[in-house]
Design a protein around this ligand. Sequence first.
Ligand code: HPA
Length: 276
Amino acid sequence: MKKLDSASPQTAAARLRKISPLRPTLAVVLGSGFHHALTELRVAKKISYAQIPGFPKPTVSGHAGELYFGHFGATPVLVLSGRAHFYEGHEMERVTFATRTLAAFGITDLLLTNAAGGINRKFCAGDFMVLTDHINFMGVNPLRGPQPKELPRFVDLTEAYDKKLRELLFKAGKITKLKLQRGVYLAVSGPTYETPAEICAYATLGADAVGMSTVPETIAARQHGLRVAAISCITNLAAGISQEHLSHTEVLETAERVKHSGAQLIKNFSELYGKR
Ligand code: HPA
C-alpha cells in the first residue's frame, strides 16, 4: 500500500482558492453515467487532480481526474470528474480526501452521482434513483481512526441525504421529463460484482440498488456538516435479478445511452439550487 502524501485537505483547499476567484457552495461529483454533464458546464477553470496536493489519481477508465470551476446556467459550481474508489486499493483517508477538501474550501452542499446495479424489481437499466438512505456494507467505516480536530466523533446519519436537496432533485427530474426512482443504496467494497445469493440477501435487508462508491463520501461530508444529495444511474440489473451475466461493458453502454438525461438532470438541479 502506498503511503499517503502528507498534504492536508486545508492545503488542497488553499490551492483551489488560488485557481479561481469563484466561490461556489455547491459541488458535484460525476460518476459513471454523468460525465456528459461537463458538456453543459460553462467552464471557468480546469485543473488536473495531479496538480492538487493529496488528490487521488483515478485508475478506472471513464474517470478523468479533473476538477472544474464553472457554472451550470447561472449557478457557480465545483465539478469533480472522477473519484478514488476503495476497490482501487486506496485507504479510506484517500477515498474521502476530496470531500474533506471541499468542506475546507467552503462547499456546503454536495451532489454525489454513481452507477449502480438495480435490486428493486421495478427498476430498469437506464433508470435514475434518488438515494433516500444507504446501507454501508463495505466492511469499514471511513471515520475509523484518530479523531480529527474539531470534528464530531459520533456522526448522526438519521438524515444522511438532505430532504430539501432530494426535493430539488425530484423537481429537476420533472423539468427534465425524467421519472426518478427512489431508494436505498447499499455500498460494497467491490471490485467483484455480487453473487445472486448476495443480491437476494441485500434485497431482504432493504436495498434497492448496489454500488461501490458514494457512501464513504457521504459519511465524511456529514461529519463536516455538508448537506448531501445523491443519485444513481441504474446501469444494469444486479446479479440474478436478470438472467444476463454482468460486465463493465454493459455498465458503460447503459451510461452512454442515458448520458443526455443524466447531464440535463444535473444542470437543472444546479439551476434550481441557485434559485432556491
Ligand atoms: N454491482 C455493484 N456495483 C455496480 C453495479 C453492480 O451491479 N453496477 C454498477 N456498479
